[in-house]
Design a protein around this ligand. Sequence first.
Ligand code: AOF
Ligand code: ZN
Length: 368
Amino acid sequence: MDVLNDEAYMRLALQLAQSALGQTGINPVVGCVLVNDGRIVGMGAHLKRGQGHAEVLALQMAGEEARGSTAYVTLEPCSHHGKTPPCSNRLIEAGVRRVVVAATDPNPLVAGSGIARLREHGVDVTTGLLAEESERLNEAFVKYIVTRLPFVTMKTASTLDGRIAAKTGDSKWITSPASRAFVHTLRHRHQGIMVGVDTVIADDPQLSARGDVPAVQPVRIVADSQLRIPPGARVLSEQDRQPTILLASEQAPAERRAALEARGVTVLTCGDGPQVDLRLAMRQLGEREIGSILLEGGGRLNGAMLEQRLIDKMVLMFAPKIIGGGPAAPVNIDFAGFAKMADAIELDRLKVEQFGPDVCLTGYPMYK
Ligand code: AOF
Ligand code: ZN
């Protein structure tokens, strides 16, 4: 904290919120800092859905010192009775004099009414401070709470020529340990992790988050229209610890479905075509309160998701290597494509990072 001002306290509240990314389920991450008479008297972050909201935890820490304080909150205090009572009421009752809010809450149950209630009770409210930072942290929540569709981040790890394996199928490893560590963090930060069945057949991935420290494990999702998944696949193990959802067509053989369900695997029927209806799949996953998905290939599933405009964000990792291999070497995003460069999908808000030797591009596809 260089200069003591509103922004510095809000940045602290944003840090508290950010630290809880991945552990609040469909709920937003929220941080709150209470300052009274020039001193921080309380701090809180929403840590788990169903548990205390950030403001309530900060108020508990502050006790009587909350009276007359300023609250810095990264999201508009709620006004509804959800799993916990409304935070705006709690702030009013505790005698908080001023509330500085970053982003308003897009939840239709709140959407400005928390701020209105504070003002009605004479609380001085400032809004919009570092709102974009807060909205970015909660990009999945912002989409899900309004559309009930999961926010999808597509992550690829390829060579510079876009290959995700050599022509022999060899793919270990393309990117560096530093990049792979970041991927495990991304897995922790999404509720679901999704691949196509061909990736399961080719790589037998575990689809778990394995970083330096224990992580929250995402639900494993496999797009598998005909239920071709090998019975010994590692994604089918330990259903009690990390459940798996298969997205299948109605055409899939009934006996395979029954055998998988008997093992505790969930099979969702997503249309009756030869391929899974991906939009319907997303809707059903949303109904099951999966608000964010990390899509990890293969190239054709990535391409199909992109064609359906279901990808919200892309994290494209490139190792400084060239492997070639013609049509036998799969590429990171594979779809029929456009005839004109003018129709190409462009990425908005591009960010360039480096993990070890690898370059990581993050951006948001702009659909035309
Ligand atoms: C806040 N502070 O720390 C959070 C808020 O199911 P509930 O009761 O936890 O309510 C969840 C909703 O509350 C969520 O959709 C969002 O609108 C708001 N989250 N609000 O004032 C918090 N986590
Ligand atoms: Zn609340």
